[in-house]
Design a protein around this ligand. Structure first.
Ligand code: 13P
Length: 253
């Protein structure tokens, strides 16, 4: 099955509103003709609505980097799926390793957040992946199995098909150490096998799997040419127009 590539920029804790608008304005101009890649930008909460006005009606989707599962109420400091929709989002990144590491995100909270996102029609970009110690201890497949099966527990086949999964080996994030295309492909194929076991082939074959971790214009082609890699979740290289656009162009055949 042909899956459309999806390139998403996770801007993490970077960019004022002004800087965000400059970045997305530059990207928008250069990708206006791109139809064969889904393009997504993920600014901080405070820039979402302004960036959303700029991306509205364009070929660039808008993603938040987190959400809370409750709709409204006494939850100081939190933002719900409804409010993300209101700000113009179509996507939300859930369970990023930095949230698992620094903000006590667990498979259980990831699961609740995915549920909340789907209920409002947001596309969850669900992150999974092992850290260096786990990779060196040959635990990669155990960790990825745990993240995939427990974060994605209890969803129907139709719900599963609305998600994107990002495999991000933590040791490759912001380190300049990309997983080799073979290493990444091996885990992507494993995730697809798990999805097949949890559901069926139509689910496994339709879900798009992104790779994340030091993706750059000069390594995207080798990654995207792998059978089970359908895109990238980009950190550092997503913060500059030329490198982000270069990654998108690297996906066009
Ligand atoms: P880098 O591309 O900076 O390694 O970050 C990857 C990432 O964490 C994207 O979510």
């Amino acid at each position: 099955m042909a899956r459309k590539p999806i390139i998403a920029g996770n801007w993490k804790l970077n960019k004022t509103i002004k800087e965000a608008l400059e970045l997305v304005g530059g990207i928008k101009e250069k990708v206006a003709d791109v139809k064969d890649v889904d393009i997504v930008v993920g600014p901080v909460f405070t820039a979402l609505s302004e960036v959303g006005k700029l991306t509205s009606g364009s070929n660039i989707g808008l993603s938040a980097q987190n959400l809370y599962w409750e709709e409204a109420g006494a939850f100081t400091g939190e933002v719900s799926a409804t409010l993300l929709k209101d700000a113009g989002c179509q996507y939300v990144i859930i369970g990023h390793s930095e949230r698992r590491q620094y903000f006590n995100e667990t498979n259980e909270t990831v699961n609740k957040k995915i549920k909340a996102a789907l209920a409002q029609g947001l596309t969850p970009i669900v992150c999974v992946g092992e850290n260096l110690e786990e990779r060196e201890g040959e635990k990669t497949f155990d960790v990825v199995r745990d993240h995939v099966t427990n974060s994605l527990k209890g969803f129907s086949a139709d719900e599963m098909k609305k998600m994107v999964i990002a495999y991000e080996p933590v040791w490759a994030i912001g380190t300049g150490k990309t997983a080799t295309p073979d290493q990444a492909q091996e885990v992507h194929a494993f995730i697809r096998k798990l999805l097949n076991e949890m559901h069926d082939e139509s689910v496994a074959e339709s879900i798009r799997l992104q790779y994340g971790g030091s993706v750059k214009p000069d390594n995207i082609k080798d990654l995207i040419s792998q059978k089970d890699i359908d895109g990238a979740l980009v950190g550092g290289a997503g913060l500059k127009v030329d490198s982000f656009v270069g990654i998108i162009q690297g996906c066009l055949s």
